[in-house]
Design a protein around this ligand. Structure first.
Ligand code: GTP
Ligand code: MG
Length: 136
C-alpha cells in the first residue's frame, strides 16, 4: 500500500467541490489517512511548489494557492499515487484531462484545475511531511 498527498485547491473549495472529490477517492476504494482544511501561507506554498520556482507561472501559482483555504488529504491504498493522478486527469483540463476525471469534468483552465496529486512516491513522502508533520 502507498500514500499520496491530495489538495482540493482554493477554486475547488470555493466552488463546493470537496465532497465531489472525496466521493471519487472513496468509491475507487482508496482510504483517507488524514484530512484538514488549511489556510496556506506563502512559506508552505513555496515549499510545496519548489520544483516550479523559476517558471513563468510560478508567482501566479503561489498567488492562486494562497488565495483561500485548501483541503489537504493523505490518501492511502494500492498504487495510490497513480490511481489519484488518474482520478484527477491531466494538468490541462481541456487538452489533457479525459472526461470522467475531476479536471475533465469540472475545470477549464490550466492553473485553476481543482486538485493536486503527488507525482511520485518520493514527492508524496516529501509533501506529506510538509502538510502533515505530525502524521505517523
Ligand atoms: P499538481 O497535481 O497540482 O502538481 O498538477 P500537475 O502535476 O498536473 O502539474 P504541474 O506539477 O506541472 O503543475 C503544478 C500546477 O501549476 C498545475 O496543477 C497548475 O495549477 C499550475 N500550472 C502548471 N502549468 C501551468 C501553466 O502553464 N500556467 C499556469 N498559469 N499554471 C500552470
Ligand atoms: Mg505536479
Amino acid at each position: 500500500s502507498e500514500r499520496t498527498l491530495v489538495l482540493v485547491k482554493p477554486d475547488g473549495v470555493a466552488r463546493g467541490l470537496v465532497g465531489e472529490v472525496l466521493v471519487r477517492i472513496e468509491r475507487r476504494g482508496l482510504k483517507l489517512a488524514a484530512l484538514e482544511l488549511k489556510n496556506v501561507t506563502e512559506d508552505l506554498a513555496s515549499q510545496h511548489y519548489a520544483e516550479h520556482n523559476g517558471k513563468p507561472f510560478y508567482q501566479s501559482l503561489l498567488d492562486f494557492i494562497t488565495s483561500g483555504p485548501v483541503v489537504a488529504i493523505v490518501v492511502e491504498g494500492p498504487r495510490a499515487v497513480s490511481a489519484f493522478r488518474q482520478i484527477a486527469g491531466g494538468t490541462d483540463p481541456v487538452e489533457k484531462a479525459a472526461p470522467g476525471s475531476v479536471r475533465g469534468d469540472f475545470a477549464l483552465e490550466v492553473q485553476e484545475n481543482i486538485v493536486h496529486g503527488s507525482d511520485s512516491t518520493e514527492s508524496a513522502a516529501r509533501e506529506i511531511s510538509l502538510w502533515f508533520p505530525d502524521l505517523p
